[in-house]
Design a protein around this ligand. Structure first.
Ligand SMILES: Cc1cc2nc3c(=O)[nH]c(=O)nc-3n(C[C@H](O)[C@H](O)[C@H](O)COP(=O)(O)OP(=O)(O)OC[C@H]3O[C@@H](n4cnc5c(N)ncnc54)[C@H](O)[C@@H]3O)c2cc1C
Length: 400
């Protein structure tokens, strides 16, 4: 499955930062990570740090799956509002899930510092704004709920929004905790850093056959070699659904468009992430160099060809919607691309063990918070490997 269209911005901007050999011999390791996107790279970092002899393989070039297409907004706010999630899964689980996403933003900041990554991590505020007057009541309820559970939020009214952001909306929740990053660059930086600490990376190496044994996993690659690992961590993104026995994710096509560099972007827009209450929602942010990045216009995923045929139409629609919400700004499109992503029934990821895959773990950070979920996976999976308790493993488990 092709998980993105051609020319996602980050790939064009960064190029192939590092390439790795394909696997050309049989090898053994403690931990085998399948998938070299941002999830696999974060897991590799955690496993190397925990002292495991770790190997990572990817069937493509590194970070050429969804990670090259992502708009990389780091938010603790899940696709399901907190007050709805409480109704759905209970207070304790919902609040813990929101808080774990908030903590993940700061864990990512630590990782970036630790490896001296130049992936442009920047803490930002996050503005969740009302798309239609009918959403106002629910948005206010969400504001009260978040405040009650200790999240740092402010309410902004119509006039404040116009004055501060030039934004047309009836009201919005401004959250303190958010960030943005170039996830493509972070992935490369993480793998490069960890190869110097013993991590082995093989790209263009696809896992094609796996047999699960009592105390190890034996895997064949399309290059004709074998990998024997004590544990496997699947970080295979949206393509994972193809080999899972149960349906856990509804695949969607999503569209993103980036403007030419604007000289007068202004601090308010530069330091804030925006998303709205529409379903599907519109989201936007500025990049370090002063481009505006907008995304949304999701459709149910049918196939990659149909997804990409809509690119021109979706680019026009995104621009039109942007112009309605920020009428005083211009948007000259420079690049447009599409990606596949997925939604789970509760907006939560699937992280942990699966009964059909012994000695294996999955880190599937689906939804609009995929990257924060991947960061949560770092500690969670190491805890599981070490048989240490982690309450999140219950909330993010398969079969919930
Ligand atoms: C347009 C768009 C916007 C998004 N915006 C955001 C956002 O603002 N914030 C956010 O948090 N998330 C966002 N997401 C989601 C985010 O991009 C994903 O959660 C994240 O990139 C997933 O990373 P990953 O490493 O799990 O998957 P991927 O990057 O897809 O990596 C999986 C890798 O596994 C490899 N693989 C698969 N099968 C095999 C196999 N059998 N053998 C070897 N290798 C294999 C693939 O080649 C691939 O490289 C967005 C997604 C899209 C498409």
């Amino acid at each position: 499955m092709n998980v993105r269209s051609n020319e996602p911005f980050w790939l064009v901007q960064n190029g192939l930062l590092h390439t790795y050999p394909s696997l050309q011999q049989d090898i053994h390791c403690d931990i085998l990570i399948i998938g070299g996107g941002v999830t696999g790279a974060l897991m590799a970092h955690a496993c190397v740090k925990a002292g495991y002899q770790t190997v990572l393989i990817d069937k493509r070039e590194i970070a050429n799956g969804s990670t090259s297409a992502t708009t990389s907004m780091l938010q603790y706010e899940l696709d399901t509002p907190l007050h709805e999630l409480i109704d759905q899964i209970g207070e304790e689980a919902a609040v813990a899930s929101y808080k774990s996403c908030r903590d993940a933003i700061y864990e990512l900041q630590q990782v970036v510092k630790e490896i001296k990554s130049t992936s442009g991590f920047e803490l930002k505020k996050s503005l969740y704004f009302c798309a239609n007057s009918k959403d106002l009541k629910d948005l206010q309820k969400e504001y009260e709920t978040r405040k009650f559970y200790g999240f740092e939020v402010d309410w902004l009214g119509e006039e404040d929004l116009k004055a501060t952001y030039g934004l047309v909306s009836k009201g919005a929740i401004l959250s303190k905790d958010g960030a943005s990053i170039d996830a493509f660059k972070l992935t490369h930086d993480l793998l490069h850093y960890n190869t110097n600490k013993g991590l082995k990376v093989f790209d263009k190496t696809e896992s094609i056959k796996t047999s699960y044994q009592k105390d190890k996993v034996f895997l064949k690659t399309q290059t004709g070699y074998a990998i024997t690992a004590s544990k496997v961590i699947y970080c295979t993104g949206y393509e994972t659904q193809h080999f899972l026995p149960e349906k856990i994710v509804k695949l969607k096509s999503t569209y993103a468009s980036i403007s030419e560099v604007q000289n007068n972007i202004g601090d308010a827009l530069k330091h804030t992430l925006f998303w709205n209450t529409n379903k599907p929602y519109l989201y936007l942010r500025a990049t370090d160099e002063g481009r505006i990045l907008i995304g949304g216009e999701d459709e149910n995923f049918k196939n990659a060809v149909k997804r990409d045929l809509l690119l021109d139409r979706k680019e026009r629609k995104l621009k039109e919607t942007f112009q309605q919400v920020m009428p005083d700004r211009c948007f000259d499109t420079d690049f447009v691309w599409a990606g596949t992503f997925g939604e789970t029934k509760d907006s939560l990821p699937y992280i942990g063990e699966h009964p059909k895959f012994p000695n294996s773990y999955f880190v599937l950070g689906f939804g609009g918070n995929g990257i924060a979920f991947s960061a949560i996976g770092m500690k969670l999976i190491v805890d599981l490997i070490k048989n240490q308790p982690n309450v999140l493993s219950h909330y993010f488990r398969f079969g919930r």
